[in-house]
Write a protein that binds this ligand. Structure first.
Ligand code: BV8
Ligand code: ZN
Length: 250
């Protein structure tokens, strides 16, 4: 693995991007950091809510115990997101939509920022904060950015929950399997803005590597995934990706 400090993006990475046919991009909270969305770990901040650590308030067990408290936490985060704009990292990834024979954007983020700037068919491993789901019939309900969230299921009247994967909960049916298939088939895997701690999402770069992909991490800090990467670009996603798209084919 070789590590380069921005702003010198390795020529190897540029060459790989220019030659790539099948690209898988795995993003985490770091991609939204420059938009002002707090990350969960690293950088000294670990998200807490009313004294509860993030892994507790965002857990399936908490939802079972106190759904209103979980809604309060997600209502608070949606409120913050209403004034948040996507950053250069989201725009760069969206600009790649038609650049490769196949591009798969897999995100752990629930903020919907990739889609807001045109990334298509985004694989949301952990759901989406702008959707609610019925606790009984599982019907999905969109939550408007400019209005109140629906209080009850429009179909069966039962209570709704955030359509987000909480700790200890299964990922959306088929999402991880699809992402794994794409990881097995990609020739370039970009791991951007994730601490590489949460599974099964963090296993995707390992899957790509095992199948022969060139793996590149973009993060200001080292992570447990850094050791398996062919190139680690130490830097902020918005800065590095912004530069990559201006310097190369675009
Ligand atoms: C599962 C939605 C099968 C909620 C999230 C005990 C019981 C059950 C399961 C487990 C258990 N012990 C461990 C597990 C597995 C668990 C897990 O992995 N835990 C971890 C903590 C060890 N996983 C699960 O529970 C998953 N389900 O395994 O199901 C199962 C089921 C039952 C029983 C057994 C097995 C579900 C995981 C999904 C949890 N939900 N989010 C919400 O958002 O409130 S995960 C949460 O962490 C976030 O959503 C986020 O997506 C995810 C990963 O975080 P990152 O995105 O990486 O963000 P982080 O802040 O950590 O890092 C930011 C990075 O960005 C840093 O590296 C930083 O340096 C970098 N950065 C900062 N600025 C920038 C930057 N990079 C670039 N540019 C910048 N400017
Ligand atoms: Zn229902």
């Amino acid at each position: 693995m070789n590590s380069v400090a921005t702003p010198n993006i390795s020529a190897e990475l540029r060459r790989r991007l220019d030659a790539a046919k099948r690209v898988l991009v795995l993003t985490g909270a770091g991609v939204s950091a420059e938009s002002g969305v707090p990350t969960f770990r690293g950088g000294g901040n670990s998200a807490t809510w009313k004294g509860l650590p993030f892994e507790i308030i965002s857990s399936g067990a908490m939802l079972e115990r106190d759904l209103p408290a979980v809604w309060e936490w997600f209502d608070h985060r949606r409120d913050k997101l209403k004034t948040i704009q996507p950053n250069a990292a989201h725009h760069a990834i969206a600009s790649w939509q038609d650049r490769f024979h196949e591009l798969t954007v897999v995100t752990q983020n629930i903020d919907g920022l990739h889609q807001r700037v045109g990334s298509r068919n985004v694989v949301e491993l952990h759901g989406n904060i702008w959707r609610a789901r019925c606790t009984v019939c599982r019907l999905a309900h969109e939550i408007p950015m400019d209005g109140d969230r629906p209080e009850a299921c429009g179909e069966c009247g039962n209570s709704l929950r955030p359509d987000v994967v909480l700790f200890g909960e299964m990922l959306p049916q088929g999402a991880f399997e699809f992402a794994s298939q794409r990881a097995l088939g990609c020739d370039l895997c970009l791991v951007i803005g994730t601490s590489g701690i949460v599974y099964p999402a963090a296993s995707l770069p390992e899957v790509a590597k095992s199948a022969g992909a060139f793996v590149c991490e973009i993060n200001p800090e080292p992570t447990p995934l850094s050791r398996l990467c062919d190139v680690v670009v130490t830097g902020r996603a918005g800065e590095v990706l912004g530069q990559l798209t201006t310097d190369s084919r675009g």
